[in-house]
Write a protein that binds this ligand. Structure first.
Ligand SMILES: Nc1ncnc2c1ncn2[C@@H]1O[C@H](COP(=O)(O)OP(=O)(O)OP(=O)(O)O)[C@@H](O)[C@H]1O
Length: 261
C-alpha cells in the first residue's frame, strides 16, 4: 500500500525544550494507526506538528513531514490550507467546543463544505444528508435542524465525523475522539471509524491514552513515552508480547486488554 504520510526524524520543542525526539512514523493508505501513551508523552504535539498547528512557542527543530507526497515544512500558507481541508481532517475530544453554539448544524456544516468545495447550497445539503445517514444518525432532518446543545455528546461526535467525512479527506487525525463519551457510545464511534476506513479507504491516526481502544481499532499501534516512540507493531503482537516495560505497564492498567493476554 502507498504511504500517505511520513514523519521523518521529527524533533519538536516548546520554548527550547525538546518535546518530541527523533520521531519516525508512517501511515499507509487505508490504515488505522493508534498512538498511545500517558499524558504528556507528546501524542497531541505529534498531531499538531502534522497539521502544522503548533502553538507559537512550538518549533520543528529537525526532520520533516511528508503528507500526500508533499513536504509540509516547505508549503506556503495557501497550499497548506488546501491540504488541510481537502486531504486531511481533524476530530477532537469535545466537538462541541469547535462548533458554533448559535448556528444550526446544517448551517455550519454547509459553510464548512462550501468553503472547501465549489458546490451550491442545495448540493451541500444533499451531501450533508447522505453523510449524516452514513454515520447511522437515523433522523438527518432533525439533526440538521438542531443547535449543538440539542444533541448528545455521542451524536455531536458523529456529526463532527460526518462533517470531516463530507470533505472526503484522505486522512483523519482523531485526538482522543472517545474519551469524553461513555463506553457504549465510544464503541459506536470506534465502529463508525472502522466502517469508514473499510468503505471509503480513509486513513486514520487515532490518539488515545487507552491501549484497549487502540488494540481493537488500529492496524498498528505506536507507543509513546517522553516524546519518543518506545514500541510500534500490530496490536496482537504488542498485546501478546510487549517489549518495552512501559507498554507492559499500559497493558496492565487496562483489564480488558489484560484479558487478551
Ligand atoms: N503550548 C505548550 N507550551 C509548552 N509546553 C507544552 C505546550 N503544549 C504541551 N506542552 C508540553 O509538551 C509535553 C507533551 O504534551 P502533549 O500535549 O503533546 O502530550 P499528550 O501525550 O498529548 O498528553 P495528553 O494525553 O495529556 O493530551 C507535555 O510535557 C506538555 O506539558
Amino acid at each position: 500500500m502507498p504511504k500517505i504520510l511520513e514523519v521523518n526524524d521529527l524533533t519538536v520543542s516548546y520554548g527550547g525544550q525538546k518535546i518530541l525526539k527523533n520521531v519516525n512514523v508512517d501511515l499507509e493508505q487505508g490504515e488505522i494507526l493508534g498512538i498511545v501513551g500517558e499524558s504528556g508523552s507528546g501524542k497531541s504535539t505529534l498531531i499538531k506538528a502534522i497539521l502544522d498547528i503548533l502553538p507559537s512557542s512550538g518549533a520543528i527543530e529537525n526532520g520533516n513531514i511528508i503528507l500526500c507526497e508533499k513536504c509540509i515544512n516547505k508549503l506556503r500558507k495557501e497550499e497548506l490550507r488546501n491540504l488541510r481541508g481537502n486531504d486531511i481532517a481533524m476530530i477532537f475530544q469535545n466537538p462541541g467546543t469547535y462548533l458554533n453554539p448559535i448556528k444550526k448544524i446544517s448551517t455550519q456544516f454547509a459553510e464548512t463544505i462550501m468553503s472547501h468545495k465549489d458546490i451550491s447550497r442545495s448540493e451541500a445539503n444533499e451531501l450533508i444528508r447522505s453523510t449524516i445517514l452514513k454515520m447511522d444518525l437515523s433522523d438527518p432532518e432533525r439533526v440538521m435542524n438542531s443547535y449543538p446543545f440539542e444533541l448528545s455528546g455521542g451524536m455531536l461526535q458523529r456529526v463532527y465525523i460526518a462533517m470531516a467525512m463530507a470533505l472526503q479527506p484522505k486522512i483523519i487525525l482523531a485526538d482522543e475522539p472517545t474519551s469524553a463519551l461513555d463506553v457504549s457510545v465510544s464503541r459506536v464511534i470506534v465502529e463508525e471509524m472502522m466502517k469508514l476506513r473499510n468503505t471509503e479507504g480513509t486513513s486514520f491516526i487515532v490518539v488515545t491514552h487507552d491501549i484497549g481502544i487502540a488494540a481493537h481499532l488500529a492496524d498498528r499501534i505506536v507507543v509513546m513515552k517522553n516524546g519518543e516512540i518506545v514500541e510500534m507493531g500490530k496490536p496482537e503482537e504488542i498485546v501478546a508480547n510487549p517489549k518495552a516495560d512501559y507498554t507492559k505497564l499500559l497493558i496492565g492498567a487496562i483489564p480488558s486488554v489484560r484479558g487478551l493476554n
